[in-house]
Design a protein around this ligand. Structure first.
Ligand code: ZN
Length: 688
């Protein structure tokens, strides 16, 4: 008889005992799990464990997976039911867990063992998935500095530390600069700004015993003013403050100029230590894109193709501004305002009106129906301990072909935590609870996922109503979820999303968003909350037209950011004159050149503090993949229905089930029969 451990975090066999986990369980559990993981690392690197795949996995993977499972439950609770006690326990223990993984990743004894495994002639007989997991592991060891020796190794560790500190400093400067600014506007200055934004600004001023309206540079305050304020001087004032944050144009104590220069220098030094010509090459190693040059060419091609459409967007905005708004000279700080007015005039529809058609039960029924039809599974309610009464739990099952009478096979399970509430982090995400794995003890572990959203909870006696944006987000996260849950790969390191290249990981998620723009699908996703009527066609047409509004201009803007990022990291020495490089890219790409005082790079946290260095292009890169994958369904729809079984089966097998067991390019080609191309993206965004 198995007696469950008293500390629920140490019970790692089944599903997490979410309802029982308390802050006081955390430190004790982490103590024990880290002790076990460290012991496993020592054992794995000793002579007692041979350099063989299964032997190593049975010792090390079992211990680290257990740590990951328990710590995953803690981070999850910290994100969805935060309390001061939980946060304190989380913050106290997180560095310990991070430290273990960093040490493991750079352990030269373990690296030697993996190399010995690869050198062993028997490794030729490893399955393709195991071989890939092994290759990935070796690659990551090298990128973590495990192959370096002596002074180089010491220096590499120093570089990591210094970069982490500078990244932190960069974020703090941005945050401090954002917080430091306020403008107290009069009611007259805020003419045109939505009442809820004005009210929030009034409350903010009141809380500091001030008159008027306090406008800040935080996005929910800043952006609506830029979009709606009729007062041009106010827009110019706020824009100027916003784009010069954390630069030499403000106080020196939060100027990011030298932080950026140092970060770029350190990254180039890291690249040299690892034997690469520049940092962008290092960034490419675990990605689908092959080289900085390939990425730059991709971005420039995209800019070239989007340009005619962007020129039209801008000409229209200029013409509209002059004719309707009395603005003969369109300035950069006019663009959001003018665009909003133009959009309203052309495609006016209210988000409020659309919402009445997307009731939660209907949307979920539609989403589950699509998954069940296209991927040949069924989704049923299931039971598990949860952290909040609103959370639901489901199982995904499959009937084995030719065995109609047999019990269905369990494929995966997932939690759905749908509503916004206090103490829950905003946004939406998919996270893994555990991954598919044929465990060394012979058990087959099926995947479990978290699907977290933040749409508004239902009012008493009525279903929850979703905006179209909420619906798209829900589908997006389910795309990640299906990638994690429908995998048929048995190797822990490459099953589901694990091991998928970083710039390809948004393929399945963005792919799912397309359903939310498909008329034949939307009709079945919608039922008016009072009348039960599906979404009217005319409303749908306006939504679709608004979707691609100014997509040319937006594409050029993204290309500008991505190209600046790539060139800064691909051209050692660029740090000496960052402004010159930015100006050069703008001359090449931007249509409405920003004013001289624009220092957007000084607050571009993605690439200086957020892990997107030489990686910002990934957004557009993955869009190409998902649009092209979707176009296979469009082709099928031309002669049948968009929910085409044959195409769905191929997509499931070649993309979702294959997970990280082979390269994203191989999976894509196996599904599509050719390499990806940009045409579908251009067509979908109205740029073709
Ligand atoms: Zn995503």
């Amino acid at each position: 008889m198995h007696t469950p451990p008293v500390n629920p975090l140490l019970d790692t066999r089944g599903l997490p005992r979410f309802s029982e986990i308390r802050p006081e369980h955390i430190t004790g559990a982490v103590d024990e799990l880290l002790r076990d993981a460290n012991a496993a690392l020592e054992l794995a690197t000793s002579e007692a464990v041979p350099a063989e795949y299964e032997a190593l996995s049975a010792v090390l993977d079992v211990a680290t997976e257990r740590l990951g499972f328990a710590w995953g439950a803690v981070s999850h609770l910290n994100a969805v039911v935060n309390t001061p006690e939980l946060r304190a326990a989380y913050t106290e223990n997180m560095p310990r867990v991070v430290e273990f993984h960093t040490r493991l990743g750079a352990d030269e004894r373990l690296y030697a063992k993996y190399r010995a495994m690869l050198a062993d002639p028997r490794s030729a007989h490893l399955s393709a998935a195991r071989r890939r997991a092994l290759d990935n592991a070796l690659r990551d060891f090298v990128l973590s500095g495990a192959a370096l020796e002596g002074a180089a190794k010491v220096r590499f560790a120093k570089l990591q530390e210094a970069q982490a500190e500078l990244g932190q400093k960069f974020s703090e400067h941005v945050l401090d600069a954002t917080d430091a600014y306020a403008y107290h506007a009069s009611a007259a200055e805020l003419t045109g700004v939505p009442e809820d934004v004005q009210q929030a600004a009034r409350k903010l001023a009141e809380s500091e015993s001030r008159e008027g309206h306090k406008i800040t540079l935080h996005f929910p305050s800043y952006f609506p003013v830029m979009q709606y304020a009729e007062d041009r001087a106010l827009r110019e004032r706020l824009y100027t403050a916003y784009v010069s944050r954390a630069s030499e144009l403000g106080p020196p104590e939060r100027d990011n100029t030298s932080v950026m220069r140092s970060l770029l220098e350190l990254r180039q030094e890291e690249a040299r230590l690892l034997g690469y010509g520049n940092y962008a090459e290092v960034s490419m190693v675990p990605k689908m894109a092959e080289s900085p040059r390939q990425v730059s060419e991709f971005l420039r091609d995209l800019a070239r193709r989007a340009r005619p459409s962007a020129e039209r967007d801008l000409a229209e905005a200029r013409e509209f501004a002059a004719r309707e708004l009395g603005l003969p000279e369109l300035a950069v700080w006019d663009l959001p305002f003018v665009s909003e007015k133009l959009k309203e005039q052309r495609y006016a529809y209210s988000e409020q009106e659309v919402k009445q058609y997307f009731t939660e039960p209907k949307v979920l029924e539609g989403l589950f129906g699509i998954i069940e039809t296209l991927f040949e599974v069924s989704i049923r309610p299931d039971d598990a301990p949860v952290w909040h009464p609103d959370v639901r739990f489901f199982r995904i099952e499959r009937k084995l072909p030719g065995q109609a009478d047999a019990a269905p096979e369990l494929v995966a399970q997932f939690y759905l935590d749908p509503y916004a509430r206090p103490g829950k982090r905003p946004g939406a995400w998919m996270d893994d609870v555990r991954s598919r794995w044929a465990r060394p003890d012979g058990r087959l572990q099926t995947p479990v996922a978290h699907l977290v959203c933040n749409y508004t909870a239902p009012a008493e006696g009525r279903p929850a109503l979703l905006t179209h944006d909420d619906v798209t987000t829900l589908f997006h996260e389910f795309g990640h979820g299906l990638h994690h849950m429908l995998t048929q790969v048995d190797e822990l390191g490459v099953s589901g999303i694990s091991g998928v290249e970083w710039d390809a990981v948004e393929l399945p998620s963005q792919f799912m968003e397309n359903f939310c723009w498909e008329w034949d699908v939307l009709r079945h996703l919608t039922a008016h909350v009072d009348t039960g009527e599906p979404l009217p066609r005319a409303l749908y047409d306006r939504m679709l037209a608004a979707k691609n509004f100014q997509s040319g201009l937006q594409t050029l803007r993204q290309v500008e950011f991505a190209l600046v990022d790539m060139r800064l990291h691909a051209e050692p020495g660029s740090e000496a004159d960052i402004a010159a490089l930015v100006a050069e890219v703008r001359r090449e790409v931007a249509l409405l050149p920003p004013p001289k005082f624009n220092r957007f790079l000084h607050s571009f946290s993605h690439i200086f503090a957020g892990g997107y260095s030489a990686g910002y292009y990934s957004y557009k890169w993955a869009e190409v993949l998902s649009a092209d994958a979707w176009s296979a369904f469009e082709e099928a729809a031309a002669s049948g229905a968009v929910l085409d079984l044959e195409t769905g089966r191929r997509y499931r097998r070649q993309v979702l089930e294959a997970g990280g067991s082979r390269s994203a390019m191989d999976s894509f080609k196996a599904f599509r029969g050719r390499e990806p191309n940009i045409d579908a993206l251009l067509r979908h965004q109205g740029l073709a």
